[in-house]
Design a binder for this molecule. Structure first.
Ligand code: ADP
Ligand code: AMP
Length: 219
């Protein structure tokens, strides 16, 4: 049976960083809704044109558009063993739709690690974040620098700073998170699927705690 892990946490908590590491360690696919939108924007697809301004403002893309994109992604062959979902679901309607989709694949949301980090730390993480153009590998100029400045350690591509990592947009995204996504914490806690993870620890220690939280068949 496939295993599905939903990473919850505010922008800057370390979801993308950890999803990349955990996916590699377990063989699960890494699905980042933000990376998928950015890929559409880069390739100037219809969807990319539709969502570009929304991402720049730090608002959420409408549920129907986001759900349709994730539904297609979950059907890809690399998701056969399951997936680590990073940035989806972000609203109660998305969480409900996800249950329906996973049921189609004979699975369910197995575990929801909630990565907790204080708000002032989130802002310094996001303002120092650098991302690789080719595949979205994540760095931080102080906390997780690349071996060579401006170059991705993994694929050698150029690093850039996201448009929406400007301070005003970061503050907006954190507000949007508290208004629209934070209700999912109690929802998944009520279902007994939530595991709290201290995201203020070093990256390797967060990974260790996350791996322990996964169902046995994924470890
Ligand atoms: P999210 O996907 O939740 O928005 P990221 O994984 O992109 O968060 O991490 C945000 C920034 O914080 C990146 O620059 C990343 O290198 C850095 N970072 C991630 N985890 C940690 C950590 N445990 N300690 C310090 N910095 C971290
Ligand atoms: P992220 O890469 O997760 O920080 O997401 C970047 C941006 O993409 C967000 O600020 C939203 O505009 C959009 N986005 C990503 N995931 C979702 C989602 N599940 N629902 C709606 N919008 C999303």
């Amino acid at each position: 049976m496939p295993v599905y892990v939903v990473l919850l946490g505010p922008p800057g908590a370390g979801k993308g960083t950890q999803a990349g590491i955990v996916a590699k360690a377990t063989g699960l696919a890494h699905i980042s809704s933000g990376d998928l939108f950015r890929e559409h924007i880069k390739n100037q697809t219809d969807l990319g044109r539709q969502v570009d301004a929304i991402l720049k403002r730090g608002d959420l893309v409408p549920d129907d558009v986001t759900i349709a994109m994730i539904r297609e992604r979950l059907k890809q062959p690399d998701c056969a063993a399951g997936a680590v979902l990073d940035g989806f679901p972000r609203t109660p309607a998305q969480a409900q739709a996800l249950n329906g989709m996973l049921a189609e694949f004979g699975g369910k949301v197995d575990v929801v690690p909630f990565i907790q980090v204080q708000q002032d730390e989130l802002i310094s993480r996001l303002s120092g974040r650098w991302v690789c153009r080719a595949q979205g590998h994540v760095y931080h100029e102080t906390f997780n620098p690349p071996k060579t400045a401006d170059v991705c350690d993994v694929d050698g591509s150029e690093l850039y700073q996201r448009d929406d990592d400007k301070r005003e947009t970061v503050e907006k995204r954190i507000r949007v998170y508290f208004e629209q996504t934070a209700p999912l914490i109690d929802h998944y806690r009520g279902e007994g699927r939530l595991t709290e993870i201290d995201g203020a620890q070093a990256i390797a220690k967060v990974t260790e705690d996350l791996l322990k939280a996964l169902p046995e068949q994924a470890q």
